[in-house]
Design a binder for this molecule. Structure first.
Ligand SMILES: [Zn+2]
Length: 260
């Protein structure tokens, strides 16, 4: 049978062993930094070498019950939600993930020249922006996670410990390398400074940004993804497992009762 002779490439890739405990490493195509399911050891797939950067984690403070409670409490607050939302919703699924983030410390200095014309005759103006960031890049290619609205609660950051992974939580591997994350962060900080410059002048003529990148940290942060059903439709809520804060929550459309 011909089909049997075709090697299954995905199988071959999967047979890489953890260099710490020898267990087979389990990962999906495209993942570049992989954490061993059995011992928590992290390695870089391309080189097979152990991960040299600091690998940190945030410890989850919300178990499933607490997460669901937090969602119901969020449902019962705020004017933009239907009044019976918490009463008539049912949680259909709740899953906790440890999401991989690259945290890139960046000092950015931008000088720019632009034309200011919104009030009277136009003038050329110089400006300077100096800021420091712990810029976050999510290590997944496709995700609906609201990275920009998310502030990593760094106070609770500890070195990655396998025994601190919550029961049932899934540790996601990074699909982008450290170098790619730094490149992405540089681009995003520069775009952000361009945005800031445009608040100050109407047209940017010249702009130069110098970036200094510090030591990158790889950090896994726990997040709950919950799905709920309200009046036959499904909605999603993303919850920070450390603070209990809703990072993004779908709200059913409001029904205006104008005619009764
Ligand atoms: Zn291992």
């Amino acid at each position: 049978m011909l089909a049997r002779q075709v090697p299954d490439l995905s199988k071959i890739v999967r047979e890489i062993e953890c260099s710490n405990c020898g267990a087979p490493l389990d990962f999906e195509p495209g993942e570049t930094v992989v954490t061993c399911k059995y011992c928590g050891f992290t390695c870089v797939i391309e080189t097979g070498e152990s991960f040299k950067l600091q690998h940190s984690m945030l410890v989850s403070r919300l178990d499933r019950d607490a997460a669901e409670k937090a969602v119901f409490s969020w449902m019962s607050k705020g004017f933009s939600k239907p009044g019976d939302l918490s009463k008539r919703s049912e949680i259909r699924r709740s899953e906790q993930f440890l999401l991989p983030f690259w945290m890139i410390p960046i000092s950015a200095k931008t000088t720019y020249k632009g034309v200011f014309e919104r009030l009277g005759p136009s003038v050329v103006k110089d400006g300077k922006i100096e800021r420091k960031y712990d810029w976050l890049v999510l290590g997944r290619q496709r995700s609906e996670f609201p990275t920009r609205e998310y502030r990593v609660p760094l106070e609770g950051k500890i070195p990655f410990r396998f025994d601190k992974i919550p029961k049932g939580a899934q540790v996601l591997n990074s699909e982008i390398t450290e170098a790619e994350s730094v490149e992405r962060a540089r681009q995003e900080v520069e775009d952000h400074h361009r945005f800031l410059a445009k608040q100050d002048v109407d047209k940017v003529i010249e702009m130069k940004t110098d970036l200094e990148v510090g030591e990158v940290v790889y950090v896994h942060a726990p997040v709950w993804f919950l799905a709920y059903r309200y009046k036959n439709s499904d909605y999603q809520v993303i919850l920070d497992s450390v603070t209990g804060e809703v990072l993004r929550g779908d709200i059913p459309p409001f029904e205006f009762k104008l005619f009764n």
